[in-house]
Write a protein that binds this ligand. Sequence first.
Ligand SMILES: Cc1cc2nc3c(=O)[nH]c(=O)nc-3n(C[C@H](O)[C@H](O)[C@H](O)COP(=O)(O)OP(=O)(O)OC[C@H]3O[C@@H](n4cnc5c(N)ncnc54)[C@H](O)[C@@H]3O)c2cc1C
Length: 293
Amino acid sequence: MFPASFEYLSCRSVDEALAALLKHGGDARVLAGGQSLIPAMRFRLARPAVLVNITPIGELAYLHESDGQLRLGAGLRDVAVETSPLVAQRYRLIAEAAAVVADPVVRQSGTVVGSLCHNDPAGDWGVVALASHALVVVRGKDGTRVVPIDDFLVDSYTTSVADGELALEVRFPTPSPRTSGSYQKIERKVGDFATAAAGVQFTLAADGTISGAGVAIGAAGPKAMRVTEAERILNGARPSAELFRTAAAEAEKLADPSADTRGDVEYKKAMAGVLVRRGLAATLERLQGGSAQ
Ligand SMILES: Cc1cc2nc3c(=O)[nH]c(=O)nc-3n(C[C@H](O)[C@H](O)[C@H](O)COP(=O)(O)OP(=O)(O)OC[C@H]3O[C@@H](n4cnc5c(N)ncnc54)[C@H](O)[C@@H]3O)c2cc1C
């Protein structure tokens, strides 16, 4: 099917894009990689009157570290994250996810920020952002705000970005050398959305206890979910197979997936627990093996 007709605006600066978004309000949609929006328009699930293309804004396609954070601009493609030596060296959780988001063709166009803004319940980046305690920078007519990811991801396909606003970047706190993480995903075939997914990250303190735990699951409810109870159980405790089983059981308990062609509810709930446990074990192995990142 062809999309309904729309006005197309190609923007060359953030100011230009913001002016267009402000002018057209709820009639406008930002176009980033187009990997979710264009299919939705073709199925007429989305019918924006105006498309504000931000891909020509070169200044938004950045990936760099500053002030203890990895910053990814709204124009940065998934492939740039996947191939970044900095990410490979220091951001294990992000690196593992970047290799399994969609397929290589989609990753050439799709953006991390666009994926967060789309907020698909089975999307990978929301899980990573929760486990990493990420922040999203949003700009509108009243200025710029920095939104914790838990507040950013509101509900399925809904975020805290209001009409007239633009998400500018996502910030991931730089992990300490004693911190590592893991992304675990079950998919039916390469390029498929997750049947179940889990992201974990934690620090192993000098006294052998866990701190700063981040645990999140995807394809397990209306949006990516933080497993707060698992984080509480992990923080301050010494790692063990039993501890990880207890934390993973909280993920299974929290998961509230829908049955579909990828699996039934029972299977998906069980996999949420299994993937959290695997992620925790993989993270510990790296930290104890001395190759934290
Ligand atoms: C075949 C296929 C397989 C896929 N598999 C997966 C998968 O396994 N895992 C996964 O996570 N994703 C998957 N995706 C989705 C893909 O990762 C998308 O690229 C991503 O979800 C959206 O990113 P985008 O840059 O393409 O955003 P777009 O499609 O351009 O935009 C998505 C939405 O976000 C809004 N938006 C985008 N950027 C901004 C911004 N800066 N500010 C405000 N609003 C904004 C748009 O208006 C739109 O509503 C798949 C897609 C395809 C086509």
